[in-house]
Design a protein around this ligand. Sequence first.
Ligand code: HEM
Length: 364
Amino acid sequence: MAFASVLRTATPRLAVRAAPQLARASARRAFASEASSAPKGNSGGSNNGLLFGLLGAGALGGGLYLYTRDSSDNRNVKDAASPQQVDYQKVYNAIADILEDEKYDDGSYGPVLVRLAWHASGTYDKETGNGGSNGATMRFAPEANHGANAGLEHARNRLEIVKKKFPEITYSDLWTLAGVCAIQEMGGPYITWRAGRKDGNVENCTPDGRLPDGDKGADHVRKIFYRMGFNDQEIVALSGAHALGRCHVDRSGFDGPWQYAPTTFSNEYFRLLEDEKWQERKWKGPPQFENKSDKSLMMLRTDMALMTDKGFRQYTDKYAKDENAFFSDFSKAFSKLIHLGVPTAQLSEPVPLKKIEDQAPASA
Ligand code: HEM
C-alpha cells in the first residue's frame, strides 16, 4: 500500500526502503498471553475472517454466552456481539481505508492507532488481573484524561467512522484490530489477533500512572513492563514501534519523530539508535535527545535506556542487525500485549487478517 507520506518524508535512502509497502478480576483467571503463529498471507479468500469467526465461536461451543452470565465475573462488562456476526476482514479493510489523510500529521493515522491499541492494553496488572484491552475504558473521562493518553482522541474519533459501519464490533476489539491493521498496512509483520473482548464501564477505568514516562530510565521501564508480564527481550521488541509516528508538543510535550520515514514499519529505530550520535536537546521542553547530524530526529530517555542498559542492549544490537528477527519478535510481543487482561474463555480462535496487498483484487 503506497503511503504518499512516506515518499514525502523519507530521505532518498529510506524512500528506497519504504518502496515495497507502503477486573477487576476477583481471582487469578487464565489470561491470554501466548501469541500463536501469524496467519499466512496467501491462503483463502476475503471471507476468512468471517469463517474463522464462525469456527472460533463454534469451538467455544456457546461458551461465550455462558461466560457472560457467569456471576463470578464482577467486571460488569456488557455482552459482546457474538463473533459470528462480524466479518473482521471487512472491518480490517474499512480501517485500512481510513488510514491515510494528507491533512493529518505525516499523512497517516496509522501511528496514532498503534499508540491507541498499546495504551488501551498496557494498563494491565498481572497481580490483580485488572486493566488491559478488555473494556476499552479509555472511552470514559477518568482514563481519557490521563496525561499519557493525551492526543489519543484523534485515534478514537477516527475509528468512529468504522464503528458506525460495524456497530456490532466492541470498541475493545475495534481498537486492537485497528492497531494490527495499521502495523500490517505500514509494512510490518502479520500479527495474530483474536476476537471476543467486551466493553466495560466507567468503574473499570484503571488508575493513572500505569503507562511509562518518557523522561525516566531503565528501572522505570522494567517496573512498568514487568507489571504487565513482559521480559527484557519483549520490552525492546515492543519499543521498536517507535519507528512509527512522532511526539507532539501539544500532547506529550516532547517533539519530533524517531526516524525519517515515520509511516513505515521497519527496524530503523534500532539502527538509528546505534548509528547516530545522540545529544541532549537544549530547549525549554522536557528532557529529550536529538541526533547530532541533522537534529531532525529525537529519542526519549526511555529509548536511550535500550542502548545504555546492558540487559536491553543485547536485543537492540540484534534487532538493528536483523530486521526479520525484529519482525518476528515484535509480532509475538504485540499480539501478547493486545490480549492482556482478556479471559481466555472469551476469545475466539485466531482470525486471519490479510493485508490489502495480499488479498485477491475482487475481495480487496
Ligand atoms: C518506555 C516505553 C514507552 C514510552 C515512554 C513511550 C512514550 C511515547 C511518547 C512520549 C510518545 C509521543 C506521544 C505524542 O506526543 O503524540 C509516543 C508515541 C508513540 N508510541 Fe510510545 N512509548 C513507549 C512504548 C511504546 C510501545 C510499547 C508502543 C507500541 C508497541 C509505542 C507506540 C507508539 C507510537 C506508534 C507512537 C506515535 C504516535 C503518533 O505518532 O501519534 N510506544 N510514545
